[in-house]
Write a protein that binds this ligand. Structure first.
Ligand SMILES: [Cu+2]
Length: 129
């Protein structure tokens, strides 16, 4: 009878120690979410000066917020529509006054040529990868 009790206590101790070991292991391994730092917001800028977009060709990753800054003295109208169409079907068509800035977030990979509707010689391209 006494042997059973001793065995029972030993078994309890064994089970209890397994729980402690198990809990210890869990604490040592940090969760995946905690290890990953928050992704910084992707950003890029294009400056407009002397009737030129700079850089004229901009290469960015999908999800990048592209900001055009008008450092010139004239209003511009940035549109990614075709030069010869009726300004339909483009992603953006934004007017930008001197000293102002406008932004567009490029989520889909592709090549996006654009120009200034008011000064058709002003051309640029955003390549989204
Ligand atoms: Cu312009």
């Amino acid at each position: 009878m006494r042997a059973y009790i001793v065995q029972g206590i030993l078994l309890l101790l064994l089970v209890a120690s397994l729980f402690v070991i198990g809990a210890g292991c869990e604490q040592q391994q940090p969760k995946e979410e905690e290890k990953q730092p928050e992704l910084p917001r992707l950003q890029a800028t294009v400056t407009i000066k002397n009737f030129t977009f700079n850089p004229q060709e901009l290469r960015v990753n999908a999800g990048t917020k592209v900001t055009w800054i008008n450092e010139g003295t004239h209003i511009h109208r940035i549109t990614n529509n075709q030069l010869d169409d009726t300004l339909m079907g483009g992603l953006f068509d934004i007017s930008i006054k001197p000293g102002e800035q406008v932004s567009y977030v490029f989520n889909k990979p592709g090549t996006y040529p654009y120009h200034c509707h008011l000064h058709p010689n002003m051309k640029g391209t955003v390549i989204v990868e």
